[in-house]
Write a protein that binds this ligand. Structure first.
Ligand code: PRP
Ligand code: HPA
Ligand code: MG
Length: 182
């Protein structure tokens, strides 16, 4: 698994520092609000677990599973809801916790989805942001690290469902996926 990584982009320590910064800011901004941390499975599982440790105000957590990449490195453009929230979103301050924003398809779909739900507010916190790849603009309130147009894995992020258990964010060698994609 390690042999498939070209370069480490974020070490576990750097990820923790980002989670602390964002968690501290969220704790200030959401004081007195009805905060719901909404983890988008599967990719955001590690960032959610790290971020919530640094949120010091009352909040509830929930999960949705959405998917659009299948087994490739390009978004299919079709976002499927695999699992919905289990708590009501009405009147709540929803903070969507994402691992990465790439084309913007996933979050643009999510913002549209919440429009009909009468939430008090909907915002986005992401560990990674690839602005150069954006196809749909999404407003991002908390952004950890901007990265170039590189396919990254680890700390929850996958290629064809693998590599999620790496404890850091690494760039996947092109040779791993170039044989199977155009
Ligand atoms: O901005 P976008 O181009 O939509 O890409 C970002 C989304 O794609 C990945 O999820 P994926 O669909 O691979 O599901 P997963 O989290 O289960 O890996 C990633 O975890 C983000 O949710
Ligand atoms: O760079 C990425 N890596 C893993 N999953 C992704 N989903 C969108 N972009 C990426
Ligand atoms: Mg994925």
């Amino acid at each position: 698994m390690e042999n498939d990584i070209k370069e480490v982009l974020l070490t576990p320590e750097q990820i923790t520092a980002i989670a602390k910064d964002i968690g501290t800011q969220i704790s200030k901004d959401y004081k007195g609000k009805n905060l719901v941390l909404l983890c988008l499975l599967k990719g955001s599982i590690c960032f959610m677990a790290e971020l919530m440790k640094y949120i010091t105000i009352p909040c509830v957590i929930d999960f949705m599973a959405v998917s659009s990449y299948g087994s490739g490195t390009e978004s299919s453009g079709r976002v499927n809801i695999v699992k919905d929230m289990s708590t009501p979103a009405e009147n709540m301050d929803i903070l969507i916790v994402e691992d990465i924003i790439d084309s913007g398809n996933t979050l643009s779909f999510m913002l549209q989805y919440f429009k009909a739900k009468n939430c008090a507010s909907v915002e986005i916190a992401t560990l990674l942001n690839k602005p150069s790849r954006r196809k749909k603009e999404v407003p991002v309130k908390y952004s950890g690290q901007e990265i170039d147009d590189l396919f990254v894995v680890g700390f929850g992020l996958d290629y064809a469902e693998y590599y999620r258990n790496l404890p850091y964010i690494g760039v996947l060698k092109e040779s791993v996926y170039s044989d199977t994609e155009e």
